[in-house]
Design a protein around this ligand. Structure first.
Ligand code: COA
Length: 259
């Protein structure tokens, strides 16, 4: 697939996906989602890619779903668009490898919903995050009402969703919406440092941790605890568990193989 709106670079285990539609502040139209889907599939199936980073430009991570593409839409078009965005965003949130969103500038609407599908959010100090859909007479349709309230609680999510007013990076960090805030010039380097730390861990254990946390969130506590137990025990069949524990006992750094 030719990529017009999304760039991709693979380096030292990191798959870096860059939204690149600057003239529209990376607004997400069906073509952008299509290119993202293609790259998410590639990243998932490429064993050389250990961590995925999604970034935009300095002015905008993404300013939301493309309002122009939606403005004259009817119910059928809205279903068509959200069927696609739901499929693409679920693919990102279900990615069996760690994912990071590196956010500079605007992360609004679908842009924030994209970032919410990542495991980590690193924000630049110029980041502005919000769900302004209410001002357009609609609600977030890419998981915002679900993922945001699960992440930061219903009270704070209501503030963003009902009022449609964005928050700056500093407040987003206090709310637990982003993991850290760094200077705009250091944002990508910081994301890469985080990716390197993740790459030094066992991919099997990271995958199990992610499955346990993400699937567990949709279960009752008892089922979640059983899932965790099963995944914990499964890891004792991996080479990485033997290596991790041997390395501790031998007082050396573990070298994980993802097996
Ligand atoms: N959909 C379509 N186009 C968008 C867009 C979106 N979500 N967000 C920005 N753009 C376009 C603008 O229409 C403009 O295009 P033009 O130059 O052809 O007119 C271009 O991107 C630059 O945006 P502009 O509004 O001129 O930049 P700004 O710096 O003055 O304002 C924002 C930035 C983010 C505050 C403003 O663009 C905005 O409010 N965007 C919509 C955010 C939103 O409601 N998102 C949720 C959508 S469901």
């Amino acid at each position: 697939m030719d990529h017009k709106y999304v760039l991709f670079e693979k380096k030292d285990g990191l798959g870096k996906i860059r939204l690149n539609r600057p003239e529209k502040l990376n607004a997400l139209n069906p073509d952008v989602y299509g290119e993202l889907e293609d790259l998410f599939i590639k990243c998932e199936s490429d064993p050389e890619i250990k961590v995925i980073l999604v970034v935009g430009s300095e002015k905008a991570f993404a300013a939301g779903a493309d309002i122009e593409a939606m403005a004259k839409g009817d119910i059928a078009l809205a279903y068509q668009m959200t069927d696609q965005s739901k499929r693409v965003l679920n693919r990102l949130s279900d990615m069996p490898k760690p994912t990071i969103a590196g956010i500079s500038g605007y992360a609004l609407g679908g842009g924030l919903e994209l970032a919410l599908c990542c495991d980590f959010r690193v924000a630049s100090d110029n980041a502005v995050l919000g769900l302004p859909e209410i001002g357009l007479g609609i609600i977030p349709g890419g998981g915002g009402t679900q993922r945001l309230s699960r992440m930061i609680g219903a009270g704070r999510a209501s503030e963003l969703i009902f009022l449609g007013e964005p928050v700056k990076a500093e407040r987003a960090e206090i709310w637990g919406l982003v993991n850290m805030v760094v200077g705009v010039d250091q944002m990508e380097a910081e994301c890469e440092r985080l990716a390197e730390k993740l790459m030094a861990k066992s991919p099997m254990a990271l995958r199990a941790a992610k499955t346990s946390m993400c699937s567990g969130m949709n279960m009752g506590l008892k089922d979640g605890l059983t899932l965790e137990q099963d995944l914990f025990c499964m890891l004792f069949g991996t080479v990485d568990q033997k290596e991790g524990m041997a390395a501790f006992l031998e007082k050396r750094k573990a070298s994980f193989k993802g097996m």
